[in-house]
Design a protein around this ligand. Structure first.
Ligand SMILES: *[C@@H]1O[C@H](CO)[C@@H](O)[C@H](O)[C@H]1NC(C)=O
Ligand SMILES: *[C@@H]1O[C@H](CO)[C@@H](O)[C@H](O)[C@H]1NC(C)=O
Length: 225
């Protein structure tokens, strides 16, 4: 048993070094869920609770605690997946997509936030795929070196059971945050993200008429939320 545990931490450490080169390791490196299956994690999720050590993020979320609908999509064999979120901004639905790079460790992902020049390591700490997912995000703003820990609770439905919430709050406390700081999103949103078209977006310009492309986009379905 002890052997297995140390093997896992060696593997995780190994991937940190290959991924981040000379970057410093967080004091306690979270372990993603064992035997994680990416494809079962894809699809529709709702972001039902969030907590973060970043005061700006918390302030923004408190001001607008919307249950954001997320659409996760992995196109095999690509070594990344796309998370698309849709929310009402200024009276209209706006979509934002984030591409998460897969790492050598299943359940660990990496992306950059260009706006803040931040590197983000994400860890799928625990999920049962059809109900909830606990995601831990460690980000570092490169100019200042400021580190932020965020923990998000994703749910397949807009509601969560008390057991799932307890599980989430336990994780929050384990990472040194107060579960009283947790923001329960509750405002319903009026828009839902669409699945992305599966053709690669980086293809050299295909001179298809713009009109036909627009017709492919399915109407936004707001009835599911
Ligand atoms: C996703 O990964 C594929 C390789 O698997 C790569 O070609 C593509 O550029 C990546 N997409 C983004 C947006 O990084
Ligand atoms: C919001 O919409 C109004 C009217 O369409 C526009 O004048 C305004 O610039 C928009 N504000 C933002 C922040 O996009």
């Amino acid at each position: 048993m002890q052997k297995a545990v140390s093997l896992v931490s060696l593997l995780v450490l190994g991937s940190v070094w290959t991924l981040e080169g000379v970057h410093t390791l967080p004091e306690t490196l979270p372990l993603p869920q064992e035997d994680f299956h990416l494809d079962q994690f894809m699809g529709r999720w709702f972001e039902v609770a969030v907590v973060s050590t970043c005061p700006h993020y918390m302030q923004r979320k408190r001001g607008n605690p919307v249950i954001v609908a997320l659409q996760l999509q992995h196109v095999a064999p690509q070594v990344n997946f796309t998370m698309t979120a849709a929310s009402v901004r200024n009276g209209s639905c706006q979509q934002t997509s984030t591409v998460y790079d897969l790492t050598d460790t299943p359940g660990r992902f990496f992306h950059r936030i260009l706006r803040f020049d931040a590197d983000v390591d994400s860890f799928m700490v625990e999920t049962n795929y059809d109900e909830f997912a606990l995601m831990l995000l460690l980000s570092t703003e490169k100019p200042s070196g400021t580190k932020t820990t965020s923990i998000k609770l994703y749910s397949r439905t807009v509601d969560v059971t008390p057991a799932v919430l307890l599980n989430y709050k336990t994780l929050v406390r384990q990472h040194g945050m107060s579960d009283e700081a947790v923001i329960m999103n509750h405002k319903k949103d009026e828009c839902a993200p669409r699945e992305l078209e599966t053709e690669p977006t980086t293809q050299p310009q295909i001179s298809a008429p713009k009109k036909s492309k627009r017709n492919v986009v399915p109407p936004v379905d707001s009835h599911n939320i």
